[in-house]
Ligand binder design. Structure first.
Ligand code: JHZ
Length: 414
């Protein structure tokens, strides 16, 4: 077991063992391709309350990355709104904006090109997509040396974005210190992390996979942030991955002042976390109970439908869907294929289950009896865009937050 990723305590306890699983974004090019699997277990730090993976992350998770931020209209709209609301008011011509883990450049492309834009992301396979958008691409994971090089060559950044990256590393404190270097005295870090409060209250344990090393609450995040020389000026709940936190951070003025005069929104969210007992180990243990209950209910439902001769497919091939499918041992005997709008995933096979991934046009042609909604975080957008499919008789099944067949009346009401 490693030391706590946030506070370095050795007092970690294992909460929930999800077995040996392949990395969730390791889609396979062929059925002959060998797969490497690693233990996937959730642990809890009794010192700072951070839920995290028990074991170190597998190597090279992001080098040849198949996830594309801009793969759906819903996601493109989300990041366009983020750019307009969070970045645009903070920048002017000539400023520097750096996106850490900026993936295909979807967010930076939304920013006026009069602003200098750099994407620092180890996924070298995404370089071209950034260059065609006129975004400078640095194919590396951010570390202290790279941060110092960037500041020396470009000056400090006005805004650094780090969306869904602080949870994606075994060394979040080192990453925050490197970001603090990029910010200099005046810059703002805008970071999104999926929120432990939602994970617990909605019970969406499929978010547990090797990429997600940390499951932050504000309670566990703030002490690490302060220790890295940054303070939290504002926090808001945003509807990404169910619910995520959008955090606005600047250089630390004084720890004492921060605690004495805490921003109202931060104090309110901490209160919400306290009410949900997120710092209690037994609350986290309930995720395992929920996972086993989902497994039984979902597998019973799907096998019953299969015995009735129904045709079932998966809707979306998100990373979290692979946790669900692998944990429940749902493979090609149940799901014919997964559809996904990401062109880089089409023609590949889902890790572990080896279910083929196809273009969504197949759904229109075949109107299967059931579609298991794996991309549940986009539920409303998907149900709205699939009205014709539903009218032709396809029924959606959800597994998160609960196992349910969505009858058309449900969908209309949504
Ligand atoms: P989506 C990713 O998780 C990976 P995933 C990563 N580790 C992370 O932290 C989170 O994002 C933030 C498809 N789709 O966004 C597109 C359709 O096919 O929930 C995507 O492949 N049709 C960085 O992978 C997937 O579903 C649609 O209509 O769990 C959604 O993936 C829509 C809306 C999506 O993230």
């Amino acid at each position: 077991m490693m030391a706590c990723r946030a506070c370095a305590s050795a007092d970690l306890t294992t909460l929930f063992n999800l077995g040996i699983q392949p990395p969730a974004n390791a889609y396979l090019a062929s059925l002959d391709e060998p797969e490497v699997r690693y233990p996937l277990a959730l642990a809890f730090c009794r010192a700072c309350g951070l839920a995290q993976l028990r074991d170190p992350q597998p190597p090279a998770l992001y080098r040849n990355y198949r996830y594309l931020t801009g793969a759906s209209a819903a996601a493109r709209q989300y990041w366009a709104d983020y750019a307009e609301q969070a970045i645009a008011p903070r920048v002017a011509g000539g400023d520097l904006v750096i996106d850490i883990g900026g993936n295909d450049g979807t967010l930076l492309a939304q920013i006026n090109p009069g602003i200098r834009r750099i994407n620092v992301d180890p996924a070298a396979n995404l370089a071209e997509m950034n260059e065609t958008k006129g975004i400078e691409f640095v194919p590396q994971a951010l570390d202290q040396d790279l941060a110092e090089d960037i500041v020396e060559n470009y000056g400090p950044a006005r805004v650094v974005c780090a969306n869904n990256v602080l949870a994606h590393t075994d060394a979040p404190a080192a990453l925050l210190r490197a970001i603090a270097t990029l910010l200099g005295e005046e810059g703002t870090l805008i970071a999104e992390v999926h929120w432990a409060h939602h994970l617990i209250t909605a019970g969406c344990w499929d978010q547990i996979y090797h990429e997600h090393a940390c499951y932050y609450s504000l309670g566990s995040f703030i002490p690490m942030l302060l220790a890295c020389g940054l303070q939290l000026d504002h926090a808001q709940v945003v509807p990404s991955q169910g619910q995520s936190l959008r955090l606005f951070c600047t250089v630390l003025k004084s720890i004492q002042d921060f605690y004495c005069d805490m921003p109202t929104a931060v104090a309110r969210l901490l209160e919400q976390e306290r009410a949900a007992d997120l710092d209690r180990e037994d609350i986290w243990q309930e995720l395992a109970t929920q996972a086993y209950a989902t497994q039984i209910e979902l597998v019973n439902l799907l096998t019953k439908l299969k015995h009735q001769g129904k045709r079932i497919v998966g809707y979306g091939a998100p990373a979290k869907g692979n946790t669900l499918l692998n944990f429940c041992h749902i493979g090609t005997s149940i799901l014919d294929y997964l559809t996904d709008t990401t062109h880089m995933k089409q023609g590949l096979y889902a890790p572990g289950t080896r279910i083929p991934i196809v273009h969504p046009a197949r759904l229109k042609q075949e109107s299967p009896d059931y579609a298991l909604l794996l991309a549940w975080n986009h539920r409303e957008a998907i149900l709205a865009q699939e009205r014709a499919l539903i009218a032709r008789g396809t029924r959606f099944i959800t597994a998160m937050p609960k196992v349910e067949v969505l009858e058309p009346a449900h969908v209309e009401a949504a």
